[in-house]
Design a protein around this ligand. Sequence first.
Ligand code: TEU
Ligand code: CA
Length: 543
Amino acid sequence: MKKNWWQEAVIYQIYPRSFNDSNGDGIGDLQGIIEKLDYLEKLGVDAIWLSPVYQSPNDDNGYDISDYETIMTEFGTMEDMECLIREGKKRGIYIIMDLVVNHTSDEHAWFIEAKQSTDNPYRDYYIWRDPVEGKVPNDLRSNFSGSAWEYSEETGQYYLHLFSKKQPDLNWENHELRQKIYTMMNFWIDKGIGGFRMDVIDLIGKVPDEEIISNGPMLHPYLKEMNQATFGGKNLLTVGETWGVTPEIAKLYSNPNGEELSMVFQFEHIMLDQQPGKEKWDLKPLNLLELKKVLSKWQTELKGEGWNSLFWNNHDLPRIISRWGNDESYRVESGKMFAILLHLMQGTPYIYQGEEIGMINTPVKDISELADIESLNMYHERLQQGYDKSTIMASLNVKGRDNARRPIPWNNTTHGGFTTGTPWLSLNSNYKEINVADTLKDPNSLFYTYQRLIQLRKNNPIVVKGSYQLLLEDDPDIFSYLRELDGIRWLVVANFSDQQVSTSFPKEMQPHRLIINNYNQTFYEDLERITLRPYETFVVELK
Ligand code: TEU
Ligand code: CA
C-alpha cells in the first residue's frame, strides 16, 4: 500500500442491504457486491466503504452489532467476506469496514451478560446509573427520539443509549473493553482490509453525568491509544464520523503526523438547511452564500494541517439532487454540477451508491411505507407532541434516511433487477427511467462524469494538492473557485440555480482549455461576459 494512498483515492460507499441481491431473498448481500466489482472498477474507485455487515438483529440495519467477528446471516459468510476482500484487491479496490464501537446491540453477548447483575464481569462495559427520584438520571436525549436512558428491570438501574434502546452505549473508560475492541480491529486488519470508517467516533469520550456527549476530554487520548494498538503505521484509511467537529478539532484528528486518523467527516454544510438549534426535521431553505462560506472554510483551514473528506450523500442523508438541486427538469445537469463542484475540491471524495446514476428521493404518503427506526420514532414522538401528520410526512420526505436506502435499480426489469424476490424496501417507482444499465448506455450520463472526475484526480496533481481560493464570494447564485499548483490554474464555475445567470471574471482570467463541463459546449472563450444556463458548470485551465 502506497503511503497516503487515501489522499489520491475516491471511495464508494455501499449500503449492503440495498445494493444487490444475489439469491432472491430480497436483501442485498456480499455475493451481490462481488458480482458488481467490475462495475465499480469501471467507475474507477479505489475503495469501498462497506456499511456494517456484522451479525445484527437489525434494529438499525446493522449499526446494532451483536457479534463483530461474524457476518450477518442474510449477507453471507466469512468466506464470502474474504472473497470480497480478495476480489476487490485484484481490481485495486480496498474494503473499508464500518467500525461501530460507540455502542453494541443489546443482543451482543457482552450486554446479555452485563444486564444480569451489578457485579457481572461485563457490567462495566456499559454505562449504568441509579434512578434519580424514581426517574431517569438526567435529560440526555437519544438521537432516535425520547430519553437516552432505559430502565433495566433485572438490576433496577438505567443504561445509556444515545441511539435506539437496542443500542446500549459502551463504556470507553473500561480498559478491558478498549483492549477487546483493539483485538477485534486487528482481527479485521489481518484479513487485509483497507481501513475503517468509524461510526459516531466523537462520542466515545462522553461524560454522561455532565451531559458532555461529543468531544469529551478523553476522546483524543483514546484515539491515539487505538491508533498505536491497531492501524498505526500501516497506511490504512481511517475516517471518523464526527458531527460535532470544528476545523480546530479536525486538525487534531487528521494531523499529518498520523497519530490519530486519516480524516474525518464534518457535517457543517449538511446542517445548513435546518433551523439553528432545532432538529434536522425543522427545515429551512439552503442559502448558497452560507454553503460557499462553510465549504471554503474547511478547504482553507485544513490546508497542510489536516485532510478533508468530501461528500454530499451517505446512507443517513437525503439524495443531494432532490435536496439542493432539481430532480425534475435538471436532474442530470444539477447532478453533474454537484459532482464537479465536490470532486474538484481538496480532500478525499466519497460517492454514495446510486449517486453516480443520479438517484433521487422517494417521497411516500404514509409512514407504513418507511422502515427506518429514526423516521418511525420521530413520527410517533411528533404525533404525540401534537404535530399534524402532513407536516411530519413533509419533513420525512425531505430528510428521512430511507430516501438513501431504496434498493439500487440495475436495469428496467421488475424491481430494477435488484432482486428476483420481493425487495426488503420497495424501489423508487422511477426505476424504469433511472437505472444503471440505461445510464451506462448513454455516453452523456452522470456515470461518465464521475468516471472522468476520478480520472482527472488520478492524472492531475493540482486536484489533490492545489491551493483553493473562493471567487465571487457574494454572488448568490454562482459557486466559483480557483485551484492552483506550480503555476497551473484551474477555474471552477457553477451556476447553483435553475435560472440563467450572468457574471464576469477579470480580464487576466483567460481560458486555455476545457477540463470538464455539464452541457454540450466545447469551449468557454470570454469569461469577462458570461451567461450560464441553469446549473451550468465548467472547469477550465487558465492561460
Ligand atoms: O449516524 C450518526 C448520527 O448521528 C445519525 O444517526 C444522525 O442522527 C442522523 O441519522 C443524520 O441525519 C451513525 C450512522 O451513520 C447511522 O446510520 C446510525 O444509525 C448511527 O450512527 C448509530 O450507529
Ligand atoms: Ca440476498
